[in-house]
Design a protein around this ligand. Structure first.
Ligand SMILES: [Zn+2]
Length: 272
């Protein structure tokens, strides 16, 4: 599943292709993904208009135009590829956009959990309205989370992954950040001290940054306008390493299932 670093990697790759470029053409091959696609509104608002910037909120990409923004979400299996023509090449190509001078961006999503939407500048979009702050936003401070988590009985890992509280943090990065910070995934969020939150948020940003630098960990076939061979996974400390020795203390990495998701952790290193 594309996580925040993949979305940020995609955003950076798209900057030279869409920023200050005019949207010349768009074609849709179905009327819905996870939600209906507002095809009429997108055509009316974007065709012949310039995209001023491409920004990110959690795992949403916002292609900002004069009257609002086109939102993209990659869902479970979404990808954006760059092609020379509007003609869909891959199966599950649901939309194609052409930007000046001639870049065609193909939105491909086999499982169709992704989204293409329009957020008018005046009112925003319901998908963004309840989104918590991005891990890199100025709002994301230890003090903010200490207050937000007050009396919260949920495990800190669930807290981190709740997009209403913090946007864009998936299972991989929640596990890795908790390991780096030495905090038990099952610890109640309300029990974390200010110093714990400080350590945890720093670990989270650090882990995300490493992965952004490496070009994202899971989106191997994501297009790369520079034409490089591809991206390499960063070395994950706990995620996917059940039974393997912890790199810090050599005791085996454990896995438990929390509400259907695997949690990887080290019992020795995560005692806080
Ligand atoms: Zn360990």
């Amino acid at each position: 599943m594309p996580e925040l670093p993949e979305v940020e990697t995609l955003r950076r790759a798209l900057v030279p292709l869409v920023e200050n470029r005019t949207c010349l053409e768009m074609r849709f091959f179905r009327s819905d993904l996870r939600f209906p696609i507002p095809t009429g509104e997108l055509k009316k608002e974007l065709l012949g208009r310039k995209v001023s910037s491409i920004t990110r909120a959690g795992k949403y990409l916002l292609l900002n135009a004069p009257g609002g923004a086109m939102l993209w979400h990659l869902g479970m299996s979404g990808r954006v590829t760059q092609r020379p023509s509007m003609e869909p090449v891959e199966k599950h190509t649901h939309a194609v956009f052409r930007f000046s001078p001639g870049t065609c961006l193909h939105f491909v999503d086999p499982r169709r959990f992704g989204a293409i939407a329009w957020a008018p500048s005046a009112v925003g979009h319901r998908l963004l309205r309840h989104l918590g702050p991005d891990p890199f936003s100025a709002e994301t401070t230890a003090a903010h989370f200490k207050t937000k988590a007050k009396n919260c009985r949920a495990p800190v890992k669930a807290f981190l992954m709740d997009s209403k509280r913090l946007s864009g943090v998936g299972n991989i990065y929640a596990c890795e950040a908790l390991f780096t910070a030495g905090i038990r995934p099952a610890r109640r969020a309300g029990k974390l001290s200010l110093a714990d939150w400080d350590r945890l948020l720093e670990a989270l940003r650090d882990t995300l940054n490493k992965s952004i630098d490496a070009g994202g960990t899971t989106l191997r076939d994501f297009f790369n306008p520079a034409g490089d061979a591809g991206y390499y996974a960063v070395d994950l400390a706990v995620y996917g390493r059940e039974g393997e020795p912890c790199r810090r203390c050599r005791s085996p990495i454990r896995r438990r299932i929390d509400s259907g998701r695997s949690t990887f952790y080290c019992r020795q290193c995560q005692k806080r």
